[in-house]
Design a binder for this molecule. Structure first.
Ligand code: MG
Length: 474
């Protein structure tokens, strides 16, 4: 004789148990407890001083200002390099570009005749997130290799729409010279730059019409968000502007008191506002983390067509603060604790932070330079980052440790800010007291220099340098 409950009753209980667990999971999903969506809005050559909320007196950026008031404004946040290609590689891989080979002393960035791009062994943030079920889109400037095997669709992105490198490349010969585009100049036309516009891997327009490219990028991002709202998503929106040559659409042209550069930034800001509105309308805002930042500092030799690093020294191409410290805002209503964060952070940290939030495993077969910033974003904790390595090409020029920055080598860029100089005793600044890098305090703090020296020794002893992927051209 059988004892206990009949088998069918056990089966029924099991069924009910599984059913209720299932219902709970569905409910959790509907309550927005799925992993967060990520939107990275990355400007090109936007300076630290070019947003209203970062102190620009005439560029009007009401949407970014609101994003900062509702979210976190980061005042010590760094790009991974001072020029486009290595900076983008750093953001996407969470690694210093010297490790991936996306930094070179021969070519600072990739060109339309470059042979290579991001090595396939590198793991991008998109590949990380795709692994845990995310939909992924790259919209805008890529600049990590324009050949098919290097394009976003071969680096973890389901979808790509954009110009695969800088908007000043593929110049029609004899048309444009660097002096010619210094001041706003009506005779510079989008047709002078034969850059392609791609959808996935196909060229759909050439030359890309850059007059409305900013608007189209924002619209693509919005469409992707709407179409993919049922699953977690990553949208990496990398604007080609305000890198020169500058273009704005009819609604913005001639509107900003700052002139053409202001028109361009204000159009980017308008797109940010529309993206925030879409996230709110679709009920996604509370479960989406949006970050706005820039790939490197302003391109200063272009005078009124270049941006401003505000109170920071120098600009794009240098390891002075103006080259790599970026105006950065994180936003996620109800989740991110509003405030101003002066702790250190970097685009290099997005790989680790987003991977952890999404439940993706951080690779342990390589050095990852990023740290997890989520404690700062959500819990008001201090940033785990206390160092920043400033490379130019594959050479380490400077190191920040906490408040202090030691320059071992200094060098200007594009004919400004002086020649290369090696410093036997490093120049030392306290960046929190002296953000403009004016007052060398090396003599007063030999102990800080000693600490930074030993940090450098440790860093260099473990560094595995990637093969130079930028040098070879066809
Ligand atoms: Mg750039």
């Amino acid at each position: 004789m059988k004892t206990g409950r009949p088998f069918s009753t056990i089966n029924k209980s099991l069924f009910l148990f599984v059913f209720f667990i299932g219902m709970f999971l569905v409910k959790a999903q509907n309550n927005g407890e799925r992993p967060p969506n990520f939107v990275i809005i990355f400007a090109d050559d936007l300076g630290y001083g070019d947003l209203g909320v970062f102190g620009h007196p005439t560029i009007k950026t009401p949407n970014l200002d609101r994003m900062a008031f509702e979210g976190q404004k980061w005042t010590n946040f760094y790009a991974g390099a001072s020029v486009c290609t290595p900076s983008r590689a750093a953001l996407l891989t969470g690694r210093l570009p010297v490790r991936s080979g996306m930094a070179s002393n021969k070519q600072r960035v990739l060109f339309p005749d470059s042979k290579n791009g991001l090595p396939s062994e590198e793991i991008t943030i998109a590949e990380q997130l795709k692994e845990v079920g995310y939909r992924t889109a790259c919209i805008g400037k890529w600049h990590l290799g324009h050949k098919e095997q290097f394009l976003p669709t071969n680096n973890g992105f389901d979808y790509y729409f954009g110009i695969p490198y800088s908007n000043d490349m593929d110049k029609l010969s004899g048309k444009v010279y660097s002096d010619y585009w210094k001041r706003p100049n009506d005779s510079i036309k989008t047709e002078h730059f034969n850059v392609p516009l791609l959808r996935n891997t196909e060229i759909i327009e050439r030359p890309a019409n850059q007059n409305n490219i900013t608007k189209r990028y924002s619209e693509e991002a919005i469409a992707y968000i709407k179409q993919n709202k049922d699953k977690p998503f990553l949208v990496y929106l990398a604007h080609n502007l305000p890198h020169i040559p500058l273009f704005a659409s009819k609604d913005f042209l001639g509107k900003s008191a700052r002139g053409l550069y202001g028109d361009v930034v204000e159009e980017i800001d308008d797109g940010v506002g529309k993206i925030m509105a879409t996230l709110k309308e679709e009920g996604l805002a509370e479960n989406t983390i949006v970050i706005f930042t820039s790939d490197n500092g302003p391109w200063l030799p272009f005078e009124n067509n270049g941006g401003s690093a505000g109170l920071l020294r120098a600009g794009k191409g240098t390891t002075w603060e103006g080259g790599m410290r970026e105006p950065t805002i994180f936003w996620s209503p109800e989740k991110i604790r509003p405030g101003v964060v002066s702790d250190l952070g970097s685009t290099i940290d997005l790989f680790t932070t987003f991977s952890k939030l999404a439940g993706a495993t951080i690779p342990d077969d390589r050095s990852i330079d990023g740290v997890d910033l989520s404690g700062v974003l959500f819990e008001g904790k201090h940033s785990p980052r206390d160092t920043m390595f400033y490379y130019r090409g594959t050479e380490l020029y400077a190191v920040r440790l906490g408040d202090y920055k030691a320059h071992f080598i200094t060098e200007g860029a594009y004919g400004q800010f002086g020649e290369r100089e090696e410093h036997k005793t490093p120049i030392l600044y306290n960046l929190n007291q002296d953000p403009s890098e004016k007052f060398d305090i090396a003599k007063d703090h030999p102990e800080i220099i000693e600490r930074i020296d030993s940090l450098v020794k440790e860093h260099q002893s473990k560094l595995i340098r990637g093969k130079d992927m930028l040098a070879e051209r066809e």
